[in-house]
Design a protein around this ligand. Structure first.
Ligand code: SF4
Ligand code: FES
Length: 322
C-alpha cells in the first residue's frame, strides 16, 4: 500500500491508484473537480485540465516537488506523495484560468439550457468563474442538430471532453459519432443526421457534463428544480431497470440513470426505459433520491416525513381515527 497526503489528509491506497481516485477515497473538499474523467469509461480523463493539482513532494524517496501542476485524473500516486488541491493558491488560480478557457467558446445560455441546475460547468463557473472575460473573439457557432431521433446536439455548448465518444465506443455495437476535424475547428458530429439509434445511446446524454447533448423527449418541458427525482425500477429485459424518475405530481417528465455524488452514473440504462416509459404505472416508485443541500434541485425536495409520534397533539383536539 502507498501512503498519500492530499490537503493534509492521509490515505492508504493501492499501487496504480490515481491522485483523483485517492482524493475520492478521502472525500469532501479534497476531491478535485473532473469534467472529462469518468470512472466507468476506459481511457477517459486528461482532456479538460479542471482536475489539476500541485504535487509538493513526488514520493518518500524523491521529496522534490513536480515542476508543473499535474492532471490528478491521470497521474498515479507514489508512496509518500504529498498533494495540494485547495490548499494551493496556484491550483485555485489555474482552475480559474481553466474555467475561463472552457468558457471561451461555451455560450452563457444557462437560462434557456435544459442542463441548468445539474451542469458541471455551471457549478464550476459559480465557484471559480470570473466576472469578466479577457477574450474579445466571438464564440464558435454551430447549428443545432439531431444526432439521433431522441438526442439533440448543441455543439456550441460542447467542451470536447470525449465522454460521449467513449460511451458510444464501449457501450454500443457500432459507434456512429465522434470528434470530427482537429484544433479549434473540432466538433462532435455524425455526418449523417439522426444516425445514432443504438438502444444504449441515451447514456451519452447522462455522461455529457454540459448541455451539449439533450433528451428530445424532455427538452423545454420543465426546469429540473421543479421536478422531484425519485428512485424507481421496473423489470427490464435490456438493463437493470434502476432509474431516476423525475416527477411533477403524479407525472413522469423524464427518466435518467442514477448518479452518484460525483455525477457519474451508477449503472447505464437502455433507451426503452429512458425514452418510452413515462407512465408511472410502468414503474415501482421507491422514494425520493438524496439531493445535496447545496444543489438548486434540493428546493422543495423532501426526503423524509416527520414521524407522527414527535408531533404532540394539541390539547382539546380530537385525534383522527385511523
Ligand atoms: S457532447 Fe458532451 S459528452 Fe460529448 S464531447 Fe461534447 S461535452 Fe463531452
Ligand atoms: S478530469 Fe482530469 S483532465 Fe479532465
Amino acid at each position: 500500500m502507498f501512503k498519500v497526503t492530499i490537503d493534509n489528509q492521509q490515505v492508504d491506497v493501492e499501487e496504480g491508484t490515481t491522485i483523483l481516485q485517492a482524493a475520492r477515497m478521502i472525500g469532501g473538499k479534497v476531491v478535485p473537480p473532473a469534467m472529462c474523467y469518468y470512472s466507468k469509461l476506459r481511457g477517459s480523463g486528461g482532456k479538460c485540465r479542471t482536475c489539476l493539482v500541485k504535487v509538493a513532494q513526488s514520493s518518500a524517496k524523491d521529496p522534490r516537488p513536480m515542476p508543473k501542476l499535474v492532471a490528478s485524473c491521470s497521474t498515479p500516486v507514489q508512496d509518500g506523495m504529498v498533494v495540494q488541491n485547495l490548499t494551493s493558491p496556484e491550483v485555485v488560480e489555474a482552475r480559474k484560468a481553466i474555467v475561463e478557457f472552457l468558457l471561451l467558446n461555451h455560450p452563457l445560455d444557462c437560462p434557456v439550457c435544459d442542463q441548468a441546475g445539474e451542469c458541471d460547468l455551471q457549478d464550476l463557473s459559480f465557484r471559480y468563474g470570473m466576472e469578466e472575460t479577457g477574450s474579445e473573439e466571438d464564440r464558435r457557432e454551430f447549428p443545432v442538430t439531431d444526432i439521433g431521433d431522441k438526442i439533440k446536439l448543441h455543439m456550441n455548448r460542447c467542451i470536447l471532453c470525449y465522454r460521449c465518444v467513449y460511451t458510444a465506443d464501449q457501450l454500443t455495437d457500432k459507434r456512429l459519432h465522434g470528434v470530427l476535424y482537429r484544433g479549434d475547428v473540432s466538433e462532435i458530429g455524425t455526418f449523417i443526421q439522426q444516425a445514432v439509434t443504438n438502444n444504449f445511446s441515451g447514456n451519452m446524454i447522462d455522461v455529457c457534463p454540459v448541455g451539449a447533448l439533450t433528451d428530445k423527449t424532455f427538452r423545454f418541458k420543465s426546469r429540473v428544480w421543479f421536478l422531484n427525482p425519485m428512485n424507481a425500477h421496473r423489470d427490464c429485459p435490456s438493463c437493470s431497470g434502476n432509474v431516476t424518475a423525475w416527477m411533477f405530481g403524479n407525472e413522469i417528465y423524464r427518466v435518467t440513470g442514477r448518479k452518484n455524488q460525483y455525477g457519474e452514473l451508477e449503472e447505464f440504462i437502455c433507451n426503452e426505459c429512458r425514452f418510452e416509459k413515462k407512465d408511472p404505472g410502468d414503474w415501482v416508485i421507491e422514494g425520493p433520491r438524496h439531493i445535496k443541500r447545496q444543489s438548486v434541485i434540493s428546493a422543495n425536495h423532501y426526503e423524509r416525513m416527520k414521524k407522527q409520534s414527535v408531533i404532540k397533539p394539541i390539547e382539546g383536539i380530537m385525534e383522527d381515527p385511523e
